[in-house]
Ligand binder design. Structure first.
Ligand code: V4E
Length: 242
């Protein structure tokens, strides 16, 4: 795996006052950008079920998010993001149990690896950076993205980038601290949960990723398979229907 930063991140539901709160806390709006993400996987969703997320982001190229050590049920997540195509291809071959493929880039291995587009949507993003009040000025800032997807879902994400695992607990503490300062989101999230959760679907501690909401809305069978950890077409355990 190529030298990569560890992303420690936590999502929240922004409220109408979130941007003002960020400003009051000394946050700086770095840029506003609009981009399309197209996600790829096998028909069995082999990547997503293993917590690998392959996408082509307009303006950035190919990206593969690989799982870190934090479990998906924790309120924060750790991922290593690969952006160099040879590293992505090598990792894809490993996860999919395929023989190493030549150096033709990601697009060239989609067909041979059975990968096709499973989701595509546009995001409008306001990207903020912020050093928490009272923190050392030299400290690496937290990043806060406020995203609105073209299918009508808004979500925020607080992210810290660290070089080593040992730095994760401190990064997490800062994320928690900012998250509670933007605390209104928790109440909104509870209301949001009661709106989206179906009976029998496990309650998540953090708001869902845009992709998960997309799959829930537009590919509900794939979404259920992902939540339940079996592949599409496979009968879920305990499901006696023929
Ligand atoms: C990691 C992940 C997904 C891929 C998209 O990641 P996300 O952080 O939502 O991307 P984005 O565009 O909002 O931010 P950026 O990458 O620009 O910083 S989709 C779902 N997950 C994780 C996940 C999971 N494994 N299981 C469940 C139930 N939810 C979420």
């Amino acid at each position: 795996m190529d030298q990569a930063l560890i992303e420690v991140e936590r999502k929240f539901i922004p409220g109408p006052g979130t941007e003002e709160q960020l400003q009051e806390l000394g946050g700086i709006l770095e840029h506003q950008v609009t981009f399309r993400d197209s996600y790829y996987d096998t028909p069995e969703l082999s990547l997503m079920r293993a917590d690998y997320w392959l996408r082509q982001r307009e303006g950035s190229g190919w990206e593969l998010k690989c799982p870190g050590t934090a479990g998906v049920s924790k309120p924060h997540q750790e991922y290593v993001e690969l952006t160099a195509e040879p590293g992505i291809v090598a990792q894809l071959c490993e996860v999919l149990g395929a023989e190493a493929l030549g150096a033709g880039g990601v697009a060239a291995v989609l067909g041979p690896l059975g990968l096709r587009e499973v989701a595509s949507f546009v995001t409008k993003r306001s990207a903020w950076k912020l050093v928490l009040p009272g923190a050392d000025e030299e400290e690496r800032p937290l990043r806060v993205d406020l995203d609105t997807a073209d299918f009508g879902y808004t979500v925020g994400e607080i992210e810290a980038l660290v070089h080593q695992k040992a730095e994760v607990p401190a990064a997490l503490e800062k994320i928690r601290s900012l998250s509670s300062m933007l605390g209104e989101g928790d109440r909104q999230f509870c209301a949001f949960l009661s709106f989206i959760i179906h009976p029998g679907v496990p309650v998540q501690e953090t708001p869902p990723a845009k992709l998960m909401v997309y799959l829930q809305r537009f590919r509900p069978q794939d979404y259920q398979c992902l939540l339940r950890g079996h592949s599409p077409g496979e009968k879920p355990q305990g499901d006696e229907r023929s």
